[in-house]
Design a binder for this molecule. Structure first.
Ligand code: NAD
Length: 392
């Protein structure tokens, strides 16, 4: 069938198989072009491996380090009878698998709920069957709106709200291309609790403990989870909001996991990454407007990076190649350093009050934002013929 983008709010409900495949091939080519990462991981478990930062981590581990990879994700297959394409992460994973196998790299995929015990068991079995039988890198890159508690069966929902008082702020209606004012409500105590349960560090710790109990953690194993801080401009909705509290919980879990991995001469740490267009970030109020301005500023300065550039840099200049991790005062690795550079933030801050619907395309890179957004779903790639029938 011919697949076209169908955007609903901050989601695109269709994905193009060939476009997603091309997107993955582009990322593989980038990593290969940067050369081999020496002393890299040999066997990596990526939790949240099908899109965004997790996919970039899997590609870098495989094609930069030559590692076997075990990927965990939650994606929907296509349904030809109902003319319903699969989700983008499904197509991304299919192409990753094809390319990894062609390169002779071991690759196992687990599609299911990473928060549950069953998927953890399946991952452990897949690790046991992998060439090393253990993992020396564990990447935790989940972004999920809900989590079922594996002990109680209770379903927690994460919310993107402020903590304390509601907040009126400038935002972007990405569907209509309009600058609007939004009121972000304050979360209740219960909503804060559920957001921390969903996006905090509890599940990361459970993963590492389960892997350790099963004896599949290699000596010197590293584990990294991704966080975001951003500028003061977005603090009320992000860093000081419900999601920020969950991230602080994730950051606190890093210390406990680090203590556990140290027993195997390993380490756990948080990498604070740059704000980028992904399926997860496009759902956050205020952030798409900030990202559109940020892209404009960083592209003009020649320092823009996407997920793959960020993660290739993390692996090549911090984790491996004979380097040591460089920590900030709170023990986190900061690959958001270019985003938070003073000159970048000053330029964003100057543009912010001036942006309106009328000058949106002039003062921001909203055009680039939209392009990136559609690319997440395999649309708008130069080497793809979208008029052709494709197998979904
Ligand atoms: P994303 O939406 O692109 O990817 C999320 C991944 O999680 C996908 O592979 C998805 O299949 C998987 N997933 C979701 N629920 C799952 C479940 N129940 N079971 C198994 N897999 C599940 O998101 P992203 O933006 O790449 O975010 C990944 C991490 O990076 C998050 O922790 C996020 O906070 C962090 N981060 C993102 C940004 C940004 O701007 N996008 C910046 C800094 C840090």
């Amino acid at each position: 069938m011919i697949v076209e983008p169908k955007v609903k709010g901050f989601l695109c409900v269709t994905a193009h198989p060939e476009g997603c495949a091309e997107n993955v091939r582009e990322q593989i080519a980038y990593v290969r072009g940067k050369g081999e990462i020496k002393g890299g991981c040999k066997s990596a478990l990526i939790i949240g491996s099908s899109t965004g930062y997790g996919l970039a981590s899997r590609i870098t581990a495989a094609f930069g380090c030559g590692a076997a990879t075990i990927g965990v994700f939650f994606e929907r297959p296509g349904d030809a009878a109902r003319s319903r394409p699969a989700s983008a992460g499904w197509y991304n994973t299919a192409e990753f698998t094809k390319q990894a196998e062609a390169a002779g790299l071991y690759c196992a995929n687990i599609n299911g709920d990473a928060f549950g015990d069953e998927v953890k068991k399946q991952a452990i079995e897949a690790i046991k069957k992998s060439p090393l039988g253990k993992v020396d890198l564990i990447v935790y890159s989940l972004a999920s709106p809900r989590r079922t508690d594996p002990d109680t069966g209770e379903v927690y929902k994460s919310v993107l709200k402020t903590v304390g008082e509601e907040r009126k702020d400038k935002s972007l209606d990405t569907d209509k291309g309009q600058v609007v004012e939004v009121t972000v409500p304050a979360a209740t105590e219960r909503e804060i609790f559920e957001t921390v349960k969903t996006m905090g560090g509890d599940d990361w710790e459970r993963w590492v403990k389960a892997l350790d109990d099963a004896g599949v953690i290699a000596e010197g194993c590293a584990s990294v989870a991704y966080s975001y801080i951003g500028p003061e401009l977005t603090y009320p909705i992000y860093r000081s909001g419900t999601i920020g509290l969950a991230k602080k919980d994730l950051e606190a879990a890093a210390d406990r996991i680090d203590a556990l991995l140290k027993l195997r001469r390993g380490k756990a740490f948080i990498s604070v990454n740059k704000a980028l267009v992904t399926q997860a970030s496009s759902a956050i109020p205020v952030v798409p407007l900030y990202v559109s301005i940020l892209y404009k500023v960083m592209k003009e300065k020649g320092i823009h990076e996407g997920c793959i550039e960020q993660i290739q840099r993390l692996f090549a200049t911090q984790l491996y190649n004979g380097n040591c991790l460089e920590f900030d005062d709170e023990g986190r690795v900061r690959i958001d350093n270019l985003e938070l550079r003073d000159d970048v933030q000053k330029a964003v801050f100057d543009i912010w009050p001036k942006v309106s619907t009328e000058n949106l395309y002039e003062l921001t890179d909203f055009a680039g934002y939209k392009k990136e957004f559609l690319k997440l779903f395999g649309f708008g790639l130069p080497n793809v013929d979208y008029s052709k029938d494709v197998e979904i």
